[in-house]
Design a protein around this ligand. Structure first.
Ligand code: TYD
Length: 237
Protein backbone atom coordinates (compact mmCIF):
# COMPACT_ATOMS: atom_id res chain seq x y z
CA UNK A 1 0.00 0.00 0.00
CA UNK A 2 1.70 3.24 -1.08
CA UNK A 3 -0.86 5.94 -0.22
CA UNK A 4 -1.18 7.78 3.08
CA UNK A 5 -4.31 7.39 5.21
CA UNK A 6 -5.35 10.13 7.67
CA UNK A 7 -8.51 9.99 9.78
CA UNK A 8 -10.09 12.92 11.60
CA UNK A 9 -11.91 12.37 14.86
CA UNK A 10 -13.59 14.49 17.51
CA UNK A 11 -16.94 15.45 18.96
CA UNK A 12 -19.84 17.33 17.42
CA UNK A 13 -18.86 20.81 16.22
CA UNK A 14 -15.13 20.20 16.52
CA UNK A 15 -14.55 21.45 12.96
CA UNK A 16 -13.50 18.21 11.24
CA UNK A 17 -15.13 19.08 7.93
CA UNK A 18 -13.52 22.54 7.80
CA UNK A 19 -10.09 21.17 8.65
CA UNK A 20 -10.30 18.33 6.12
CA UNK A 21 -11.16 20.90 3.44
CA UNK A 22 -8.25 23.15 4.39
CA UNK A 23 -5.77 20.26 4.54
CA UNK A 24 -7.01 18.92 1.19
CA UNK A 25 -6.41 22.39 -0.35
CA UNK A 26 -2.88 22.56 1.11
CA UNK A 27 -1.96 19.07 -0.08
CA UNK A 28 -3.45 19.56 -3.57
CA UNK A 29 -1.54 22.85 -3.93
CA UNK A 30 1.64 20.79 -3.36
CA UNK A 31 0.66 18.32 -6.06
CA UNK A 32 -0.69 15.54 -3.82
CA UNK A 33 -3.58 13.49 -5.12
CA UNK A 34 -6.21 13.68 -2.33
CA UNK A 35 -9.43 11.76 -1.73
CA UNK A 36 -11.61 13.34 0.98
CA UNK A 37 -14.33 11.09 2.34
CA UNK A 38 -16.44 10.57 5.47
CA UNK A 39 -18.16 8.00 7.69
CA UNK A 40 -20.73 6.70 8.14
CA UNK A 41 -21.01 6.70 4.35
CA UNK A 42 -18.48 7.58 1.68
CA UNK A 43 -19.65 4.96 -0.85
CA UNK A 44 -23.12 4.25 -2.29
CA UNK A 45 -23.62 1.14 -0.14
CA UNK A 46 -22.40 2.86 3.02
CA UNK A 47 -24.52 5.96 2.31
CA UNK A 48 -27.65 3.80 2.27
CA UNK A 49 -26.68 2.42 5.70
CA UNK A 50 -25.83 5.96 6.94
CA UNK A 51 -29.43 6.98 6.43
CA UNK A 52 -30.71 4.02 8.47
CA UNK A 53 -28.36 4.85 11.35
CA UNK A 54 -28.65 8.65 11.53
CA UNK A 55 -32.43 8.76 11.13
CA UNK A 56 -32.60 6.83 14.40
CA UNK A 57 -34.37 3.90 12.71
CA UNK A 58 -31.71 1.49 14.00
CA UNK A 59 -31.67 2.81 17.57
CA UNK A 60 -34.39 0.41 18.71
CA UNK A 61 -32.26 -2.53 17.55
CA UNK A 62 -29.72 -1.75 20.29
CA UNK A 63 -26.06 -0.67 20.29
CA UNK A 64 -24.70 -4.08 19.21
CA UNK A 65 -26.83 -4.10 16.05
CA UNK A 66 -25.90 -0.45 15.40
CA UNK A 67 -22.22 -1.44 15.72
CA UNK A 68 -22.80 -4.07 13.03
CA UNK A 69 -24.36 -1.43 10.78
CA UNK A 70 -21.38 0.92 11.21
CA UNK A 71 -19.12 -2.05 10.45
CA UNK A 72 -21.10 -3.02 7.34
CA UNK A 73 -20.90 0.56 6.07
CA UNK A 74 -17.15 0.64 6.78
CA UNK A 75 -16.51 -2.64 4.96
CA UNK A 76 -18.16 -1.24 1.82
CA UNK A 77 -16.40 2.13 2.18
CA UNK A 78 -12.98 0.46 2.53
CA UNK A 79 -13.55 -1.88 -0.41
CA UNK A 80 -15.08 0.70 -2.75
CA UNK A 81 -13.11 3.84 -1.91
CA UNK A 82 -10.31 3.73 0.67
CA UNK A 83 -8.32 0.64 -0.33
CA UNK A 84 -8.37 1.37 -4.10
CA UNK A 85 -7.26 4.98 -3.45
CA UNK A 86 -4.37 3.91 -1.19
CA UNK A 87 -3.32 1.22 -3.66
CA UNK A 88 -3.23 3.93 -6.36
CA UNK A 89 -0.89 5.97 -4.14
CA UNK A 90 -3.46 8.63 -3.22
CA UNK A 91 -3.74 10.37 0.14
CA UNK A 92 -7.05 9.61 1.86
CA UNK A 93 -8.56 12.04 4.39
CA UNK A 94 -11.49 10.44 6.19
CA UNK A 95 -13.96 12.25 8.48
CA UNK A 96 -14.40 9.68 11.31
CA UNK A 97 -13.33 6.03 11.18
CA UNK A 98 -12.76 3.16 13.64
CA UNK A 99 -12.02 5.39 16.67
CA UNK A 100 -15.57 6.75 16.44
CA UNK A 101 -16.89 3.20 16.85
CA UNK A 102 -14.59 2.59 19.81
CA UNK A 103 -15.79 5.81 21.45
CA UNK A 104 -19.49 6.08 20.53
CA UNK A 105 -20.46 2.41 20.59
CA UNK A 106 -18.08 1.73 23.48
CA UNK A 107 -19.83 4.37 25.59
CA UNK A 108 -23.20 3.02 24.44
CA UNK A 109 -22.27 -0.13 26.35
CA UNK A 110 -20.99 -2.51 23.66
CA UNK A 111 -18.52 -5.01 25.13
CA UNK A 112 -14.88 -4.09 24.43
CA UNK A 113 -14.00 -7.64 23.33
CA UNK A 114 -16.82 -7.57 20.80
CA UNK A 115 -15.73 -4.15 19.53
CA UNK A 116 -12.13 -5.36 19.13
CA UNK A 117 -13.22 -8.46 17.22
CA UNK A 118 -15.51 -6.51 14.89
CA UNK A 119 -12.82 -3.86 14.35
CA UNK A 120 -10.17 -6.42 13.37
CA UNK A 121 -12.55 -8.17 10.97
CA UNK A 122 -13.79 -4.91 9.44
CA UNK A 123 -10.44 -3.21 8.94
CA UNK A 124 -8.56 -6.35 7.91
CA UNK A 125 -5.25 -4.59 8.57
CA UNK A 126 -6.19 -1.25 7.06
CA UNK A 127 -5.47 1.03 10.03
CA UNK A 128 -4.91 4.78 9.53
CA UNK A 129 -1.29 5.98 9.25
CA UNK A 130 -2.29 9.02 11.26
CA UNK A 131 -5.33 10.24 13.23
CA UNK A 132 -6.00 13.91 13.96
CA UNK A 133 -8.18 14.34 17.05
CA UNK A 134 -9.85 17.74 17.19
CA UNK A 135 -10.34 18.41 20.87
CA UNK A 136 -12.92 20.90 22.10
CA UNK A 137 -14.97 21.15 25.33
CA UNK A 138 -18.29 19.39 24.70
CA UNK A 139 -20.45 22.45 25.55
CA UNK A 140 -18.53 24.61 23.07
CA UNK A 141 -18.71 21.98 20.31
CA UNK A 142 -22.45 21.49 20.80
CA UNK A 143 -23.00 25.26 20.62
CA UNK A 144 -21.17 25.33 17.28
CA UNK A 145 -23.04 22.27 15.96
CA UNK A 146 -26.40 23.84 16.87
CA UNK A 147 -25.48 27.13 15.16
CA UNK A 148 -24.31 25.27 12.03
CA UNK A 149 -27.46 23.16 11.86
CA UNK A 150 -29.83 26.17 11.83
CA UNK A 151 -33.39 24.98 11.23
CA UNK A 152 -32.40 21.36 10.47
CA UNK A 153 -33.32 18.76 13.12
CA UNK A 154 -30.53 17.24 15.22
CA UNK A 155 -29.42 13.72 14.25
CA UNK A 156 -29.68 10.75 16.58
CA UNK A 157 -26.28 11.45 18.20
CA UNK A 158 -26.48 15.26 18.42
CA UNK A 159 -29.64 14.99 20.57
CA UNK A 160 -27.74 13.45 23.48
CA UNK A 161 -26.71 15.32 26.64
CA UNK A 162 -23.54 17.32 27.27
CA UNK A 163 -22.22 14.82 29.88
CA UNK A 164 -22.16 12.04 27.29
CA UNK A 165 -20.42 14.32 24.78
CA UNK A 166 -17.80 15.15 27.41
CA UNK A 167 -17.32 11.43 28.13
CA UNK A 168 -16.69 10.90 24.39
CA UNK A 169 -14.12 13.67 24.45
CA UNK A 170 -12.30 11.91 27.31
CA UNK A 171 -12.49 8.59 25.44
CA UNK A 172 -10.84 10.11 22.34
CA UNK A 173 -8.08 11.57 24.53
CA UNK A 174 -7.57 8.14 26.12
CA UNK A 175 -7.07 6.58 22.67
CA UNK A 176 -4.56 9.32 21.83
CA UNK A 177 -2.65 8.67 25.05
CA UNK A 178 -2.55 4.93 24.28
CA UNK A 179 -1.42 5.43 20.67
CA UNK A 180 0.75 8.56 20.58
CA UNK A 181 2.57 7.43 17.43
CA UNK A 182 -0.66 7.47 15.42
CA UNK A 183 -2.70 10.21 17.09
CA UNK A 184 -2.23 13.96 17.03
CA UNK A 185 -4.42 15.90 19.48
CA UNK A 186 -5.16 19.45 18.35
CA UNK A 187 -6.81 22.19 20.42
CA UNK A 188 -9.86 22.88 18.25
CA UNK A 189 -11.13 25.89 20.19
CA UNK A 190 -8.86 28.23 18.19
CA UNK A 191 -9.22 30.09 14.88
CA UNK A 192 -9.49 27.59 11.96
CA UNK A 193 -6.41 28.87 10.08
CA UNK A 194 -4.23 28.46 13.19
CA UNK A 195 -5.47 24.88 13.63
CA UNK A 196 -4.98 24.19 9.91
CA UNK A 197 -1.32 25.28 10.05
CA UNK A 198 -0.58 22.97 12.95
CA UNK A 199 -2.28 20.02 11.26
CA UNK A 200 -0.55 20.64 7.92
CA UNK A 201 2.86 20.80 9.62
CA UNK A 202 2.41 17.42 11.32
CA UNK A 203 0.73 15.68 8.37
CA UNK A 204 3.42 16.81 5.91
CA UNK A 205 6.10 15.60 8.32
CA UNK A 206 4.41 12.20 8.73
CA UNK A 207 3.91 11.89 4.95
CA UNK A 208 7.61 12.54 4.37
CA UNK A 209 8.57 9.86 6.89
CA UNK A 210 6.09 7.47 5.25
CA UNK A 211 7.65 8.22 1.83
CA UNK A 212 11.20 7.62 3.09
CA UNK A 213 10.17 4.34 4.75
CA UNK A 214 8.62 3.28 1.45
CA UNK A 215 11.83 4.13 -0.47
CA UNK A 216 13.81 2.11 2.09
CA UNK A 217 11.53 -0.90 1.64
CA UNK A 218 11.74 -0.66 -2.16
CA UNK A 219 15.55 -0.48 -2.09
CA UNK A 220 15.75 -3.45 0.33
CA UNK A 221 13.47 -5.58 -1.83
CA UNK A 222 15.52 -4.75 -4.95
CA UNK A 223 18.80 -5.97 -3.41
CA UNK A 224 19.89 -9.39 -4.73
CA UNK A 225 20.98 -10.49 -1.21
CA UNK A 226 19.27 -9.15 1.90
CA UNK A 227 21.73 -7.26 4.16
CA UNK A 228 20.92 -9.44 7.21
CA UNK A 229 21.43 -12.66 5.22
CA UNK A 230 24.75 -11.40 3.85
CA UNK A 231 26.03 -10.59 7.36
CA UNK A 232 24.94 -14.00 8.68
CA UNK A 233 26.68 -15.80 5.79
CA UNK A 234 29.92 -13.87 6.42
CA UNK A 235 29.81 -14.67 10.16
CA UNK A 236 29.32 -18.39 9.44
CA UNK A 237 32.28 -18.61 7.01
P1 TYD B 1 -22.36 13.14 11.01
O1 TYD B 1 -23.59 13.84 10.52
O2 TYD B 1 -21.45 12.58 9.97
O3 TYD B 1 -21.72 14.09 12.04
P2 TYD B 1 -20.28 14.58 12.47
O4 TYD B 1 -20.17 15.92 11.83
O5 TYD B 1 -20.40 14.64 13.95
O6 TYD B 1 -19.24 13.59 12.03
O7 TYD B 1 -22.86 12.02 12.01
C1 TYD B 1 -22.16 10.92 12.32
C2 TYD B 1 -22.59 10.47 13.70
O8 TYD B 1 -22.40 9.06 13.80
C3 TYD B 1 -21.76 11.12 14.77
O9 TYD B 1 -22.58 11.58 15.81
C4 TYD B 1 -20.90 10.01 15.29
C5 TYD B 1 -21.64 8.76 14.96
N1 TYD B 1 -20.76 7.61 14.67
C6 TYD B 1 -20.78 6.51 15.52
O10 TYD B 1 -21.52 6.50 16.51
N2 TYD B 1 -19.96 5.45 15.24
C7 TYD B 1 -19.15 5.42 14.15
O11 TYD B 1 -18.42 4.42 13.92
C8 TYD B 1 -19.17 6.55 13.27
C9 TYD B 1 -18.30 6.56 12.04
C10 TYD B 1 -19.98 7.62 13.58
Amino acid sequence: MTGFFVTFEGGEGSGKTTQIGLLADTLRARGTDVVATREPGGSPGADAIRHIILSGAAEALGPEAETMLFAAARIDHIAAVIRPALEAGQTVLCDRFHDSTRVYQGLAGVDTGMLDTIEAATLDGLYPDMTVILDIPAAEGLKRATARRGQETADRFEREGVALHEARREAFLKIAAAEPGRCLVVDAARPPDEIAKEIAFHVLDAMERHRLAQVGRNVASALPVKPAAATAAKAAS
